[in-house]
Design a protein around this ligand. Structure first.
Ligand code: AMP
Ligand code: ZN
Length: 192
């Protein structure tokens, strides 16, 4: 008889396993080449290999975290400061008419590389580089109920010690670094 024991991975083991295969960690280590535009002791920023527009930049923490809620508050705060700085600088350097700052968490949200990253994307009038979001109409009464249900679980940040979570809920997509088009089209507004 074959005896099979299935060992559940701890959140730390999940993080370690994803780190071992992470292309962004390899970029930070210099094992994979990248086009760096900014670096400090905690954060690294480089050009996206498949840019939506010229100047499309990725900003990542040097430490490996899969999704934003896992990050310690102080590191997330520093990362955000760098994103703010670079978004202003890229805006000026590219002569863009606008800037998108995107951050995907989880495959369902479009995350392909399981290492926290912010996209800074220069945008130009009518460039149609990114499709519009699918937006819905909703009954204001439902919004009211939803806001109450969600709001009662939330406390002011100042009253919390650390917002970091240790439970990554990310499944890795196989395909990375290939040319692709992101299109999200609005057809009609669905009633929720
Ligand atoms: P996301 O879909 O939010 O996970 O975005 C991942 C981004 O990483 C995509 O825009 C890819 O084009 C980009 N990317 C993947 N591999 C590399 C690489 N080796 N160098 C630069 N950008 C990369
Ligand atoms: Zn990583």
């Amino acid at each position: 008889m074959i005896n099979i024991t299935i060992m559940a991975q701890t959140p730390q083991q999940v993080l370690e396993a994803s780190k071992a295969q992470c292309i962004f960690c390899k970029i930070i280590e210099g094992e994979i080449p990248s086009f760096k535009i900014y670096e400090d002791s905690k954060v690294y920023a480089f050009l996206d290999i498949n840019p939506v527009n010229a100047g499309h930049t990725l900003v990542i923490p040097k430490e490996h975290y899969i999704v934003l809620p896992q990050m310690p508050d102080d590191l997330a705060t520093h990362l955000m400061k760098v994103v703010k700085y670079l978004s202003g600088a890229i805006f000026e350097m590219t002569g863009a008419h606008g800037i998108n700052v995107f951050q995907n968490n989880g495959a369902a949200a479009g995350q392909e590389v399981p290492h926290v990253h912010f996209h800074i994307i220069p945008r130009f009038q009518d460039d149609k580089a990114i499709g519009e979001w699918k937006r819905n109409q909703i009954d204001p009464e439902k919004l009211k109920q939803m806001a109450e249900a969600m709001g009662k679980n939330l406390k002011p940040i100042s009253s919390r010690v650390n917002l970091g979570s240790t439970t990554p809920k990310v499944t890795k997509k196989k395909k990375v670094a290939t040319k692709r088009k992101k299109t999200i089209k609005v057809t009609k507004r669905k009633k929720l």
